[in-house]
Design a protein around this ligand. Structure first.
Ligand code: SAM
Length: 292
């Protein structure tokens, strides 16, 4: 159990701290991690603030792995060029939700798709603009919240995201409904997120991350708090059943759940993803959904 220290102030405005993870350090300030319910406003502020502030370091850390013009679904390295989860993309109208630097959207442009790449974060979209200039591959860019898509009904054939938006919103069922709305009948929605069973373990790539520690059934989000007790990062868990229900309730038919395996011999680490854990249990779930 992390005890709120006097120096850092009480946590009461955000509720009870229930994690026993060690406090984490970012820069010079000590942040704390917790499982806490936030208001929608706190959730939105944390998401926008985090991704704007973190955009440069996220891209510095992951750009080489993700490529400048490529769709990589997950830290396991599954690439759309091999997996073909989106189906036929040439000539398709494609929406990327939570695009970050939009390398995936640029890849789709090179495959003949007409692409809109959307993100909440201006910091991330700045990297998308730079990526377009560097590669001369230019999807349309749009700043918007995945929970309220400023797009016409039925205007896309395919929508997708690799770890964008879905884990960071408090109402992911609403994202499912919004994506359903903007897809045409017969359209496809594919999204990757952290595998739900990962939530049983500490957020750690090493041996500490192999011990079942938290309840799979605890739906409270993972939250990082700054030294003033403000939520600055939030990520949401949905059990497998929760996720299937929100997909089906939106009107989709779930056609596959892909659980990419850790590649033989791969020794890279991405956050909590590592060979130590990857050979034992899945880190990513990719949901493939069709709009009837
Ligand atoms: C883990 S990054 C993934 C970025 C990119 N898809 C990639 O593979 O590198 C998550 C992205 O989701 C975006 N995001 C978070 N909440 C969002 C929301 N409500 N609407 C749209 N994008 C959001 C963040 O700004 C960030 O770019």
């Amino acid at each position: 159990m992390v005890q709120p220290s006097r120096q850092l102030g009480p946590l009461r405005p955000y509720g009870e701290v229930v994690t026993d993870e060690a406090p984490e350090f970012y820069g010079n300030a000590m942040n704390r991690v917790a499982r806490l319910r936030l208001t929608p406003g706190q959730n939105r502020d944390a998401a926008r603030g985090w991704w704007d502030a973190d955009a440069d370091s996220y891209q510095a850390e992951h750009r080489a792995f993700l490529g400048d013009v490529d769709l990589v679904w997950c830290p396991e390295g599954l690439r759309e060029a091999d997996a073909h989860l989106l189906g036929e993309v040439a000539g398709a109208r494609v929406l990327e939700v939570g695009c970050g630097a939009a390398a995936a959207s640029r890849w789709l442009v090179t495959q003949g798709a007409s692409v809109v790449a959307l993100d909440l974060s201006a910091g991330m979209l700045r990297h998308a603009v730079a990526g377009a200039a560097a590669t001369d591959v230019r999807p349309a860019l749009l700043q918007a919240d995945a929970q309220s898509l400023p797009l016409r009904d039925g205007s896309f054939d395919i929508a997708f995201t690799a770890f964008g938006a879905v884990p960071f919103v408090d109402d992911s069922a609403r994202v499912m409904r919004e994506v359903f709305r903007v897809l045409r009948p017969g359209g496809r929605w594919v999204f990757s997120v952290t595998h739900p069973m990962r939530w049983i373990f500490m957020d750690h790539p090493g041996a500490e991350g192999l011990v079942a520690t938290y309840s799979y059934f605890d739906r409270r989000p993972y939250v990082e708090l700054d030294p003033y007790g403000r939520a600055i990062y939030v990520e949401h868990h949905r059990t497998l059943g929760d996720r299937v229900r929100e997909i089906v309730a939106a009107g989709f038919v779930l056609t596959d759940v892909v659980e990419p395996e850790w590649p033989l011999g791969a020794d890279h680490v991405w956050g909590q993803w590592s060979p130590v854990r990857g050979v034992l249990f899945p880190g990513t779930a990719i949901y493939v959904c069709d709009r009837p």
